[in-house]
Design a protein around this ligand. Structure first.
Ligand code: ADP
Ligand code: MG
Length: 273
């Protein structure tokens, strides 16, 4: 089973779009996928057409109460299940403040769920208790980056957080890769940011095993209006616009992500300097 958290404490970089469409693409490939929405904004849930009625259980009840993931998850496709979020989750940060072991609640609850090939966690734009729960639960972190000025701002802090969690709570945790989202091909800025990120990763590679395998995915998600429209129809890009560039890009990314030998075939990044 692969477990992956989509994390960047910056908002609007493509975390939710990537979580939803990666999960949907892998499900279309026949994998059994569980998508867990860890953002109180519940955008991933809405993106897949889930709006909760008063009293419906959500990830909030899993993290702060007795509910199991099995009780909360909904099937949205033949092999795709979603654990929806709710705005109540915004209070979890405070409610869990005094709780012993609050960083590992999700990890423990997930132990009852054995029947998936892939679990994808869509994280909120912060490094608080919800993201910490994601980091203690998964083996891989996927970092979406929007190639613009300041793209790397905050990444060092995220790497430090991943390192601390790996050392203290989850030794299997690794940063697996960077995905460029909203990529404007042909612009000089995009090309420059890609080069900066690749250099940055190459520099980091020697310093710590937690991110020594990290690489930039070859697939880049181009800016595509269909990707921005799909959420309001409650559909993945594959349902909403299956022949759009957005669908093509996410399908290609899912194939790259799923390739079992990708770590061996990864392009070696040039040494920095
Ligand atoms: P995050 O979860 O990191 O906050 P989102 O995935 O919600 O980011 O993306 C932010 C906004 O940009 C959303 O309105 C989304 O629909 C839009 N968007 C994401 N990826 C693309 C893309 N490749 N092309 C065009 N719009 C995109
Ligand atoms: Mg989001």
């Amino acid at each position: 089973m692969r477990t992956i958290a989509v994390i960047n404490q910056k908002g609007g970089v493509g975390k939710t779009t990537t979580s939803v469409n990666l999960a949907a693409a892998l499900a279309e490939m026949g994998q059994r996928v569980l998508l867990i929405d860890l953002d109180p904004q519940a955008h991933a849930s809405l993106h897949l057409g889930l709006t909760l009625e008063e009293g419906d259980p959500s990830i909030y009840d899993v993290l702060t109460g007795e509910a199991t993931l099995g009780e909360v998850r909904r099937r949205v496709h033949e092999t795709l299940w979603v654990v929806p979020s709710h705005i109540d989750l915004a209070a979890a940060e405070i409610e869990l403040a005094g709780e012993v072991g609050r960083e590992v609640i999700l990890r423990d609850k997930l132990q009852e769920e054995g029947e998936f090939d892939v679990i994808v966690l869509d994280c909120p734009p912060s490094l608080g208790i919800l993201t910490l729960n994601a980091l203690t639960t998964v083996e891989e972190v996927l970092l979406p980056i929007q190639p613009h000025f300041l793209a790397l701002h905050g990444v060092a802090k995220l790497l430090r957080t991943i390192d601390v969690v790996a050392q203290r709570l989850n030794p299997r945790l690794r940063l697996s890769g960077v995905l460029f989202c909203m990529y404007d091909s042909g612009t000089r800025l995009a090309a420059e940011v890609v080069r900066d990120v690749e250099e940055f990763l190459a520099e980091q590679a020697t310093s710590n095993p937690v991110w020594s395998q990290a690489h930039a995915y070859r697939t880049r998600i181009r800016r595509n209006i269909r990707l921005a429209e799909a959420p309001s129809f409650g559909q993945s890009i594959f349902e909403y616009a299956p022949s759009s560039n957005g669908a093509v890009d996410y399908q290609q990314f899912a194939a790259e992500f799923a390739r079992p030998t990708s770590s061996k075939r990864r392009r070696r990044l040039p040494a920095a300097g």
